[in-house]
Design a protein around this ligand. Structure first.
Ligand SMILES: [Fe+2]
Ligand SMILES: [Fe+2]
Length: 348
């Protein structure tokens, strides 16, 4: 049997990543004898994640510790242009109509306003350091949207380079209005004590960083987004903590559609925590996110489907597609209706 890892060359925004990694890399990564030195840097990390190398000794610690960051934007290579945004910018009025919600797996949700303006939240990728292993079966689709937004810098929420997007509003706090969209970002904090069997938050202490506020490391900061369009108020919870301060709840106000990160392993929110949030906000519709959708996510993520939580609710729908169209009048007549996309995921 060959010891050569089965890693295919990856293509990034239409071009192959050919940057080589050497055994004396300057990022502290440990070179494994199992990994061919001809592998590209991205391929190396994909292989390293599969083998758990990122969590090894001092190399792993340096990966998760806070260090200076540098961005290498490739957005100038993306196809398409801003013609659709200019059309919306020039429009003097906008039609009423339905709001469309498309599920791209994990926490990635696209909202389309009645005028056709599109926002994509939390495109995902595998952890580039390799420390958290392989979560996703594919790269996030290079889908076409007007706006891309991210709730926080964790790998499973921040592939903001993948969509073909005119605007990127990364971790935006405050108000943004465009066409028939109003988006408000509320700064808060990530869930910092894992409620489920997999105590992933213990790893933060092992890597020498604080996960909980007030002195949490920056990647445990969060933004929760409220989207108002077509008469529907949708809250994108991200991986936020279950117990934000009173002022947070007051600022959010009424919520019609609530997305919540709940899966059978209770990775971010426990069932009890999620139930309490639903009880407090009394949304018309609840959409589970951050669960294992087989078409998108590997079991290695430790996530599980959300079926058990959904089926424990008074009223739920197991959706048979990755797309949902909602009219404000119809939504206003609902009460805590759980709508579960299950394994239905948009792939383009
Ligand atoms: Fe997170
Ligand atoms: Fe997450």
């Amino acid at each position: 049997m060959s010891t050569e890892p089965d890693v295919k060359p990856l293509v990034y925004n239409g071009r192959a990543d050919t940057e080589s990694i050497s055994s004396s890399s300057d990022d502290g990564a440990v070179q494994s004898p199992l990994i061919d030195t001809r592998l590209s840097r991205r391929s190396f990390f994909a292989a390293a994640g599969a083998m758990g190398i990122g969590a090894m000794g001092a190399g792993g610690a340096s990966i998760l510790a806070s260090k200076s960051a540098s961005a290498q934007s490739t957005d100038w290579t993306q196809p398409g242009n801003n013609n659709h945004v200019i059309e919306l910018q020039e429009a003097s009025s906008f039609p009423g109509g339905e709001v469309k919600i498309d599920f791209f797996g994990h926490c990635a949700i696209k909202i389309t306003s009645p005028s056709g303006a599109t926002i994509l939240f939390d495109p995902w990728r595998d952890d580039p350091s390799g420390a958290w292993g392989l979560w996703f079966k594919n790269e996030f689709p290079e889908t076409l949207v007007d706006i891309t937004m991210s709730t926080h810098t964790h790998f499973d929420h921040d592939a903001i380079h993948r969509p073909q997007s005119t605007m990127v509003l990364d971790r935006m706090v405050g108000n943004f209005e465009f066409a028939d969209l109003k988006i408000t970002g509320f700064a808060d904090k990530h869930a910092c004590i894992a409620p489920g069997w997999y105590k992933w938050t213990n790893a933060l202490k092992e890597f020498g960083v604080e996960g909980c506020p007030p002195n949490n490391i920056g990647h445990m900061d969060m933004v929760v987004y409220l989207v108002e369009t077509g008469g529907i108020r949708t809250l994108i919870w991200g991986d936020n903590r279950a117990d934000p301060a009173e002022g947070f709840w007051d600022a959010i106000g009424q919520v019609d559609v609530l997305t919540l990160p709940v899966d059978g392993s209770e990775h971010i929110l426990g069932y009890g925590q999620a139930d309490a949030i639903v009880e407090r906000l009394k949304p018309k519709i609840v959409i589970p996110t951050h669960y294992l959708a087989e078409s998108t996510t590997y079991t290695l993520s430790t996530l599980a489907p959300a079926d058990d939580w959904v089926k424990a609710q008074k009223s739920y729908s197991m959706l048979d597609s990755a797309s949902l169209s909602l009219a404000a009048e119809e939504v206003s007549a609902m009460d805590r209706e759980f709508m579960y996309f299950g394994g239905n995921v948009q792939t383009t």
